[in-house]
Design a protein around this ligand. Structure first.
Ligand code: NAP
Length: 252
């Protein structure tokens, strides 16, 4: 039911953290992977990992803040194996500063990557699907900060809440084209986006507020990822799946 043989999955932000893990997880289930990000040397390392296990993978340079780069990456993916069956909109960045001290450049960097980048990639992908008269599947990686807030990351929480709403808007509009759009909303998972934070006093305090008393591992997301990426979720669109050790239901 969760088999991905015969599917090609395009993943943005595949050079590290969750994106890299998603690429390996999906490849292990039979998907051919198109891995996009800016750091090409990191992508080549991922290509080596997947190929060493017999998987099929194409690395494409991708900067989601540049429309021309998105177009080129989509063209490369389509030229390789036709229009991908699945897009994982995973690229994301964060900035950390009190709202009063957050500059315009930080706001733009976070919103341009997490929201506008995801929008442009989803739209470009959907245009290819519609032109090819092919169904499709988009997974937007949001966050528990799409639902609740934390201090010092206002642009990030705004970007993720908006991406959650964009997920629902696109699900509504594109169901007629056979395109499903869902969100995967992780709680805290240790990656480069939060390196060192969970070794600090505030970071340890966060862990104490998670009902399961630990932060997540990338592997904790595998079940939800495979559900959303496969035909097992054929009747799901506009949904958000939260994977957070209960963090969203922590007591007030
Ligand atoms: N870790 C968590 O606790 C957590 C929780 C909830 C949600 N998330 C979300 O999960 C996603 C992955 O984050 P992560 O934790 O894996 O962090 P990460 O290790 O820092 O990975 C972020 C990825 O995004 C890519 N990226 C950033 N800007 C980009 C751009 N302009 N164009 C293309 N790719 C870009 C980076 O690649 P390059 O720098 O090579 O381009 C990198 O591969 C993000 O959307 C994040 O918000 C993470």
């Amino acid at each position: 039911m969760f088999d991905l043989h015969g599917k090609t999955v395009l993943i943005s932000g595949a050079s590290s953290g969750l994106g890299r893990h998603f690429a390996n997880t999906l490849a292990a289930r039979g998907a051919a992977i198109v891995a996009g990000a800016r750091r090409e040397a990191r992508l080549q390392a991922l290509v080596g990992e997947i190929q060493a296990r017999g998987g099929e993978v194409l690395a494409v340079p991708l900067d989601v803040t540049r429309a021309a780069s998105i177009e080129a990456a989509l063209d490369a993916a389509c030229a390789w194996r036709g229009v991908p069956q699945v897009l994982v909109n995973n690229a994301g960045v964060a900035s950390t500063a009190p709202a009063l001290e957050t500059g315009e450049a930080d706001w733009d960097r976070v919103l341009d990557t997490n929201l506008k980048g995801a929008w442009l990639l989803a739209q470009g992908y959907a245009r290819h699907l519609v032109a090819a008269q092919q169904p499709g599947n988009i997974i937007n990686v949001t966050s528990i900060t799409a639902f609740r807030v934390a201090g010092g990351i206002a642009p990030y929480t705004a970007s993720k809440a908006a991406l959650g709403q964009l997920t629902r808007s696109l699900a509504l509009e594109w169901a007629r084209h056979g395109i499903r759009v869902n969100a995967l909303a992780p709680g805290y998972v240790e990656t480069e986006i939060n390196t060192g934070y969970f070794d600090t006093e505030p970071g340890r305090a966060v862990v104490k507020r998670i009902p399961q008393r630990r932060i997540g591992t990338p592997q904790d997301l595998d079940g939800a990822l495979l559900l959303l990426a496969s035909d097992a979720s054929a009747y799901m669109t506009g949904s958000s799946i939260v994977v957070d050790g209960g963090h969203l239901v922590s007591g007030l």
